[in-house]
Design a binder for this molecule. Sequence first.
Ligand SMILES: [Cu+2]
Length: 536
Amino acid sequence: MTALPPMPGNVVRVYPASGAVAMLPLTPANNYTPTILFCGGSDMPDEAWGNYAFPAIDTWEYPASKDCQRITPEPMDGSPVAYIQDDNMLEGRTMGQFIILPNGKLLVVNGGLNGTAGYSQQTGMTPTFGQMPFGESLASGPVGTPAIYDPNAPSGSRWSNQGLSTSNIARLYHSSAILLPDASVLIAGSNPNIDVNTSTIYPTTYQAEIFYPPYFSASIRPQPSGMPKIISYGGDLFNITVPSSSYTGVSNDAAANTTVVLVRGGFTTHAMNMGQRFLQLNNTYTVQDDGTIILHVAQAPPNPYVFQPGPAFLYVVIDGIPSNGSYVIVGNGQIGPQPTSPSSVLPDNILSSRTGGSAGGSGESSGNIDNSSSSNGGVSTGAVVGGVVGGLALLAIIAAGGIFFLRKRRSSTSKRGTFPQRPSYSAPSRGGPGYSLAANSSNVNFSSAGAPAATAAVFGPRGHMMAPSDSSSLIPLNQETKGPGWNALGDPSMSMAYKDDSRTSVGDQSGLGGYPMQEVHYDPYARDTGSGQNRF
Ligand SMILES: [Cu+2]
């Protein structure tokens, strides 16, 4: 057992403070050593948390934390376990949620600037529901703008929200998000009300959104073939072929900037993804003279604790641009002891003698020919250490979540009927904010006019930027549809990628700069024809 130090600054990360928590990518470079990242939550003092029925203070006035800490519970070098101060988030967040993207960066979405998760009809300072300014919400200031954290960037420059578009849907308590097979992110869930309430200031909504990370602005994405269906713990390598038509730039450089990654989105609720995990497989490569890249990929490390058995998506990422994910089963598909084999042995890298690029490349082939079809050796299939501690840390978080603010009896409908309704709410629309999401409006600007001019110039209007992209955002929810995401049978077919699906009802995207946040309307009460499709 390793005793862990107290959280610096007394920042509470568990429910209902609800900081964003994730394990950083497990990579050959870090020898698959688990490191946990904590961001946000609340440093409310102990006495503010109340009596398990409601908080003692008006939580919606208490700023959420922007503090981030890392901890490596089992340091490889045997050094003492300690929290390491990380870059602050760009704004405080409670109920922020980390989604690990296939490029190894962490997206944080949802949450609020102030307060906590949970809901209540009073606090120690506000004894009657009619005086509560945000209805049953114990948070205020929804943060509609995602931010992206780069764990490998130099300290001080890890966070950015530049060019990211803003949702005008308040996603607080019971909001949720998960990575989709096409590397976009489904965002759903809304608000802290005891039951459906569509007229309160932060109303219940069934509107889901798809967030398209910046790599969706790429003109082409990797189209690997030879993706396996099963990843074993050790054993023989497998080869993946990437045609030159599916990447840009000099082939040798692209090969050197390619990763093959397993991502498991985990199970998401209460702004966290249990079991979310990212593991980069070891690989080497052969670059052919026509620009084809053959990736020689190792199986998962021969230690099931590093990446537990079960389903995952396998992505090929070139220069930070992911392919569609291919559905794989890691391990034998059974719960229980897993077979392991020695680590895969990989051949040396073989570079192309041509320095030209791919079909879409820049073709900078003037002179400078490297004739020495060189081979760079050096594969670091280092020893593997257990990832158990990270998993336990997540479990501890779940266990500590529990029920904090006791829910009011659901049977108290007649009582609820007497509560005054907030008159100020008007339905949010893409044309303009129906209400100010942020209590501190200087922190979040929800008007499209507030987007930096450079955003529109660089990325263009949403419609143009998304034209080549896959906005058929809910295809992954319907396994019988033709989308690439559910291709459980092997290679990710790219034939259907980056096309709008006319069957989905996509909201008006005009007028918003930056990376898109698409809105999809979901009606849970629509007649279900079996496919579920008519509900959208
Ligand atoms: Cu809950």
